[in-house]
Design a binder for this molecule. Structure first.
Ligand code: PEP
Ligand code: MN
Length: 312
């Protein structure tokens, strides 16, 4: 892996990872947050049920898709700007501070700014760049040229990791370094029967090579709600594999009535299963933190031994 060193997101061996605070939420290579929500906004009632559920569980971030890039032009493309006012109002009502929301065209940034202003800025937005736009350099430059919103950059599903990190660099070059890098699986038949080949093994590499916090998207990686004989859903297992490696954020599809979700209904968890997911992830996160302490102790010991050896 030969990421060039002069670039803004990429870090030479000793430089400090980039942390940022947005809407009182901290995002860094040490932070941990869960963004559960609707893949696509379908109607006001779904948004309200989802946000009420998040608030009851103490979650302050979500995902809500208004602009949906679909593989076929004949499927639901999202409600676009028309749903933004009620999404933002309801977020304010339920104390949701940050909404991850995909943009597919730069005019949508202004639409989001306008709807936020119109509703009295009740919440914040993290602009999501989807995998299909991972190398849309004009769009990347546009989101990088504004600093109102942080960016969630999803890796390209058919390009190398290095190409994705360099594409994210277009955002930073524009002046906005508040970027979270999201692993969401890559497209290859070898990933089947999962929707994509899970790529969370790249998590430590992104952390080592760049300053960005790293998000995982188990929903779009796995694409179904099947479980193993141990009764643990593949989505939970795969999410856990990212959290045990230090994932900083989880993007998760949930829906009040998954069978009737307009988009990706086969992978959305019910609202009832969200507390179960959170409890499982908190167990894994605690174990990750214990692992960092354990490994730090050993790393320190090794360093001391090396120093002692140097004095001999
Ligand atoms: C999404 O998160 O809704 C989405 C479309 O994801 P991706 O761009 O990773 O396919
Ligand atoms: Mn989706």
């Amino acid at each position: 892996m030969t990421f060039a060193k002069q670039l803004r997101l990429l870090k030479p061996a000793c430089s400090v990872p980039h942390a940022f605070t947005y809407q009182e939420q901290v995002f860094s290579q040490d932070s941990f947050s869960i963004f559960a929500g609707l893949c696509a906004v379908d109607n006001r009632a779904s948004v309200e049920k989802t946000m009420r559920c998040l608030a009851s569980l103490g979650l302050t971030c979500t995902r809500m898709g208004a602009y949906k890039p679909r593989t076929t032009p004949y499927q639901f493309q999202g409600h676009g700007s028309s749903c933004l006012p009620y999404v933002f109002e309801l977020a304010g009502k339920y104390g949701i501070k940050v909404i991850a929301m995909e943009v597919t065209h730069d005019r949508q940034i202004a639409e989001i700014q306008h709807a936020l202003a119109q509703t009295g800025n009740p919440t914040g937005v993290m602009l999501q760049i989807g995998t299909r736009n991972a190398q849309n350099y004009e769009l990347l430059s546009s989101v990088g040229n504004q600093t109102d919103f942080p960016i969630l950059y999803k890796r390209g599903y058919g390009i190398t990791l290095e190409e994705s990190v360099l594409a994210a660099e277009y955002i930073a070059k524009g002046g906005n370094q508040n970027i979270v890098f999201c692993l969401r699986g890559v497209k290859t038949l070898l990933g089947q029967p999962h929707r994509n080949l899970v790529d969370f093994a790249h998590l430590p590499i992104v952390k080592r090579q760049s300053k960005m916090p790293v998000c995982i998207d188990p929903s779009h990686s796995v694409g179904n709600l099947l479980s193993a004989p141990d009764k643990i859903l593949d989505i939970f297992h795969i999410a856990a594999s990212g959290v045990i490696m230090g994932a900083n954020m989880i993007l998760l599809d949930i829906h009040p009535d998954p069978a009737h979700a307009c988009v990706d209904s086969e992978q959305a968890l019910t609202l009832d299963s969200l507390p179960w997911f959170i409890e499982d992830m908190m167990l894994v996160r605690e174990t990750y933190l214990k692992r960092t302490q354990l490994n730090q102790r050993h790393a320190i010991k090794k360093h001391v031994q090396t120093q002692e050896a140097a004095w001999v």
